[in-house]
Design a protein around this ligand. Sequence first.
Ligand code: AVJ
Length: 293
Amino acid sequence: MIAGLSLPQKSLPPKYFYDDAGSRLFERICRLPEYYLTRAELALTKSNLASIARFAGRGCELIEYGSGESLKTRLLIRALRPAAYLPVDISQAALRDAAERLAREFPWLEIVPVNGDFMRPIELPRARAARVVYFPGSTIGNLSPEEAHAFLSMTRGQAARMLVGVDLRKDANALHAAYNDSRRVTAAFNLNLLARINLELGADFDLRRFQHYAFYNAAVGRIEMHVVSLARQDVRIGRHRFSFDVGESIHTENSYKYSVEGFRALAARAGYATEKTWTDRKALFALHALKAS
Ligand code: AVJ
């Protein structure tokens, strides 16, 4: 936090959004009419479940980056009957909740939770069957293309196959609406980061003096989220003091959008051939099936 707030463009990594309050707000985002991503990915997963399962291969070990809370994960587990399910998550609590829930729903399933941050190299237990990495939700969009390349190179060493969900490039107005919803849930999600820093690090951010700001940066194909200072002000975190000018921002998230071809090219640079790409009817979202080449 201190390092990020000391940069010329103040900037914090989006993984810190997800404390309990932030995770609840994110679940509300997923149900918003403007936030098409979750519904589009679920729809395409449902309508292609048989071929998705065929690609992954029955009896494989399924590694999910993120901890399996979602409906699409449960659909996939039911269709795939993996020999083992390895959720990888930064949050112990999220891992425990997901593992308990999945154990109740799938008593036959071996669940091996792995606590870790996927931005760093992750050690996995030894494989006993062919492995498939599942990375849904366009979480890969939070990474820069360089970071995404490094991540894909890492997973390529872990599994010969990968299923990755990616938000598609589209009309800027549709993108803008998805990150500026009329109920202001995304604004609350973004500002909750400051509330969390207050709670956990004893900072004194005045939330009334910061505002949510999200826009589509078409030149680089990403949504940028910022919290913008509405006043000239100082904020204290412990013995550190940070000054804000009026209009100065903390960059809190990038959410990259890729065309089908653009993502395939990125995957190819990391050593993956794209075997198949499924999209929903409105071409909002893509699920890519990658094979180590
Ligand atoms: C969970 C990273 C896919 O980028 O769309 C939702 C997070 N941020 N609204 C996204 C998010 C603002 C989301 N991901």
